[in-house]
Design a protein around this ligand. Sequence first.
Ligand code: SF4
Length: 355
Amino acid sequence: MSITKVKERHWNKYRVWKPLSLLVLAGLTPPEWDITVIDENLGVPEYAAMPRPDLVGITAFTSQANRAYEVAAEFRSRGVLVVIGGIHATMCLAEASERVDAVVTGEAESIWAEVLKDAQQGALSRVYTGTRGEMANVPLARHDLLPTYCLGSIQTARGCPLNCSFCSVTAFNGRLLRRRPIEDVVQEFKLIQEKYVLIVDDNLIGTRKNHISGTKELFRAMIQANIRKKWIAQVTINMADDEELLSLAAKAGCLGVFIGLESPTVEGLMEVDKGFNIQKGRDFKASVQRIQEHGILVAGSFIIGLDVDKKGIGKQIADTANHCGLDALNVLFLTPLPGTRLWEKMESEDRIAAN
Ligand code: SF4
């Protein structure tokens, strides 16, 4: 049997890190399947000229969904079975179901073996419901199935204890911070060819004491194993509050962190339910500097287009970024992604013009 897995492209032309989800599923795929993984960010192959696969698996974010459906239609027109999974298909099950043979919702690891067995028997169900399983069951990703990227990628944990209104992480991965066994993470780091790695976790460090101590344990293991990688990750601003955590992160290879500062105004932070950022009178500038003192770069992300934003918000964001001494600034338009509380709110207010 052969299987082709496609990671879809759309607005992600310049994406530079290795897409991970299909490589993880490949790690769970029995050896009788020949696997080809295609990342359209690297170029669109001539699918018709490729050997006909027995099954195509597609994953896509919301921004990539239309292209994912085009690829699905192309393979289905040739009679190839197409399965789609990932966050968009999970949140828009009815829409996805109309365009593929089967949809896998949630975390696919828990159900992937059943999908493959049913496909082999020609008896695919329309929907497979993945559950949040044990992180010890997450296999080592098959990093060897794609060429070397600017940034390799790895996941050490899923979920985030915060619940920002615009974020779909908690709907998909939950609010519990679930960690992979440290020995699995260290072993997988050693399989990665790239020198620079993106840790794709929703929130690498978490917010509570036990989260932070778990992260320190991971960093100590990475230092001891001498993984020889430089890495970047998404974290929350509380990383600045623990000198030992910062010191261990730097020693473990941390090059930079991406932090969702979200808004320069208190009203903005309240609107997106991220009052966490200013708890206990936090000063963004002092927090950013404490992180930078350990040689760790800080990229700060802000959202523009909140209901409370006033004229001049763009300049206010730029001024805040300069004042804090951010090493990089990322500004995003507020986007109601399916599955988020923001989506529900805007839909209930009849503010979503096109879907
Ligand atoms: S802190 Fe980040 S990952 Fe966590 S809910 Fe907010 S936006 Fe999502």
